[in-house]
Design a protein around this ligand. Structure first.
Ligand code: S3P
Length: 163
């Protein structure tokens, strides 16, 4: 199963919970990438730029997408056509959907994950990134869960009921 959605949608925490409940391995693609690059993503973006990161992200998605388990992706995973082709081939792609204002607040409140796309764009620019990706998330997903007013546990239960 693969979790997609914008930054702040809860892909990592929902993925980790699902992996424990379903007793399946969990892969967070951003964390796997960071093991290789050995630096925070914000630093990687600064040195190498976004397009190089997208290439790495594609390599990792290609490597992991067919493995049994739960995979959480970065919010920009749907940006490249190569990734969308892979996602469209899969059966269990879950889109964790949330309203932009809720996501934006979570991103701002999160002092731990410093997200280059959020740091380098104004709120209005970020909103337009969200709007542009919206159709991609929907076309790649087999299932969508509206997470706006749900707790982590309710989202996890919702995913389990879907599969
Ligand atoms: C990105 C989202 C991040 C991470 C990178 C780029 C994006 O992942 O992959 O900073 O383009 O939306 P999260 O969605 O886990 O924050």
């Amino acid at each position: 199963m693969i979790l997609i959605g914008f930054m702040g949608a809860g892909k990592t925490s929902i993925g980790r919970n699902l992996s424990e409940i379903l007793n399946q391995p969990f892969y967070d693609l951003d964390k796997e990438i960071m093991k290789e690059i050995n630096m925070p993503l914000s630093k990687y973006f600064e040195i190498h730029g976004e397009s190089q990161f997208r290439q790495l992200e594609h390599q990792y998605l290609s490597k992991y997408y067919q493995l049994p388990g739960i995979i959480s992706t970065g919010g920009g995973c749907v940006e490249t056509v190569e990734n969308r082709i892979l996602l469209e081939k899969m059966n269990n792609v879950i889109y964790l959907k949330a309203d932009f204002d809720i996501l934006q607040k979570r991103i701002t409140d999160d002092q731990v994950s410093l997200r280059p796309i959020a740091q380098n764009n104004s709120i209005e620019e970020l909103r337009s990134v969200y709007m542009n990706r919206f159709a991609f998330y929907q076309s790649c997903a087999n299932h969508t869960i509206e997470t706006d007013h749900l707790t982590t546990q309710e989202v996890v239960d919702g995913v389990i009921n879907l599969i």
